[in-house]
Design a protein around this ligand. Structure first.
Ligand code: FAD
Ligand code: NAD
Length: 155
């Protein structure tokens, strides 16, 4: 089996898309991630998997906190930006809550302190204990990722 087969198979698992954000040296940093999961209710834990080549890996290790911003359908451009796939830089406005930069238009913002971490191959699983949650009152559809393509519900 080659890596392409592995990725093609993993791409059959449809996911939402998040941007993991944190404050680093007074500035907001973000990284697109779909390897996100709810883990436990007591305590309230989530997990994100961050590759060792990503700058965000060392940044979260140092800051000990992160927020998971669940993207809405019309935020594909933000996903591309925070995946390093846009040529030009963009100014993104963040809201700041308890030292966390968060994306105000996301479907939900899940603020966490790192609870534990586990090195798994070329990624680290960062478990986060949830300290705050913000959600939009109005309904909104999520941005989806399936077979390496962005999708939306019903598409
Ligand atoms: P950088 O290269 O430092 O940043 C990424 C981009 O974000 C850069 O273009 C930077 O300019 C921009 N940026 C950062 N902060 C700001 C700011 N404050 N204002 C404006 N722009 C900013 N990788 C994983 O490890 N785990 C995953 O679960 C995962 N899921 C992915 C899902 C999808 C759908 C995609 C497309 C990619 C995914 N990736 C994942 C890959 C990951 O997003 C990229 O490898 C990413 O570029 C790594 O980022 P970095 O931490 O090295 O950040
Ligand atoms: P893709 O076809 O590479 O992604 C399909 C699926 O493969 C993803 O949803 C993920 O489950 C898995 N995957 C891809 N790269 C992986 C990696 N390095 N480690 C573990 N699982 C991985 O999609 P694409 O549009 O070519 O992705 C764009 C870029 O984002 C690529 O460089 C890809 O490697 C990266 N990406 C990384 C992860 C991750 O690290 N977990 C997840 C998705 C995309």
């Amino acid at each position: 089996m080659d890596d392409r087969t592995f990725r093609r198979a993993m791409g059959k698992f449809a996911t939402g898309v998040t941007v993991v954000t944190t404050e680093y040296q007074g500035e907001a940093k973000g990284m697109t991630a779909n390897a996100f999961m709810s883990v436990s209710l007591d305590p309230r834990l989530v997990v994100v998997s961050i590759g060792h080549k990503a700058r965000m890996h060392d940044i979260v290790k140092q800051t000990g906190k992160f927020a998971v911003n669940i993207l809405r359908r019309d935020q594909e451009e933000l996903s591309r930006l925070f995946a390093g796939q846009l040529k030009e830089e963009r100014n993104v406005s963040f809201d700041w809550v308890n030292g966390h930069p968060i994306l105000p238009e996301a479907l939900a913002n899940i603020l966490c302190n790192v609870y534990s971490s586990y090195v798994a191959g070329d990624h680290t699983l960062y478990f986060g204990e949830v300290t705050d949650i913000f959600m939009k009152e109005e309904p909104g559809d999520p941005l989806l990722f399936f077979e390496g393509q962005y999708r939306s519900i019903g598409q």
